[in-house]
Design a protein around this ligand. Sequence first.
Ligand SMILES: NC(=O)c1ccc[n+]([C@@H]2O[C@H](COP(=O)([O-])OP(=O)(O)OC[C@H]3O[C@@H](n4cnc5c(N)ncnc54)[C@H](O)[C@@H]3O)[C@@H](O)[C@H]2O)c1
Length: 248
Amino acid sequence: MKQNIAPAEGKLGILIPGLGAVGTTMIAGVIAVNKGLSQPVGALTQMGNIRLGKRTENRYPLIKDFVPLANLTDIVFGGWDVYADNVFEAAMNAKVLEPMLLHAVKPELEAIKPMKAVFDREYIKNLDGTHIKEGSSKWDLAQQVMNDIEQFKKDNGCSRVVIVWCGSTEKYIETSAVHETLAAFEAGLKNNDPAIAPSMIYAYAALKLGVPYANGAPNLTVDIPALEALAKEPKHLLQVRTSKQVRL
Ligand SMILES: NC(=O)c1ccc[n+]([C@@H]2O[C@H](COP(=O)([O-])OP(=O)(O)OC[C@H]3O[C@@H](n4cnc5c(N)ncnc54)[C@H](O)[C@@H]3O)[C@@H](O)[C@H]2O)c1
């Protein structure tokens, strides 16, 4: 298989909907590694190897030396949450990492403040946040998320951005007609179709801008034909076409 992959140049923005236990632990971990306080134990991209060719060839380079990946020092974090707590406060509440480690990266974590979330209790009943966007429709909310992404990219001088959903799991949604085509999905955004969950609004906004969207929860989100089609539009393919050719 041959695939062209863009060089990992410049700053990479990682925008996270859901700055809870998973999201804040990832952020604090990367900052701790960058400050020389921790090792990236468990990080496939930093410590994992890949086997090339047959086992007998004994070729096992580090994945990060084989594919062009951003350096951890080139990453800038941001995100959205339904609570206004900064990442230090949210990480302390999550109680995943030891307070001593969190205090060692406190200034960096405190500087990351969530943007207002796209949220609706209809999809996650046990949350009651107030740090929430208001919009005339789901379409309008998607435009607001696109503005957030572009503003973040500009403010932080990022050459690339990726969205990684670390928000709570949404209620189960069956695939329906509104998910079938991009046209139906966009009409559904305008008509506030109940089968379009908040995570889908973030994903639509990201993909519309050519920003990759990774899903860390068992939500339906991008597993629908409409968003699969959007992800295959030429602007995405252009992103991975580049100078460096990787042979697997
Ligand atoms: N904790 C784990 O070990 C683990 C492992 C794998 C996957 N997951 C999945 O990752 C997700 C997050 O888990 P967690 O343990 O960090 O949960 P958490 O409750 O600690 O954090 C989730 C955060 O998402 C926020 N949120 C919810 N809806 C949002 C929205 N629409 N926009 C922005 N923010 C929103 C919440 O306010 C909360 O701060 C869950 O779906 C979980 O199933 C968790």
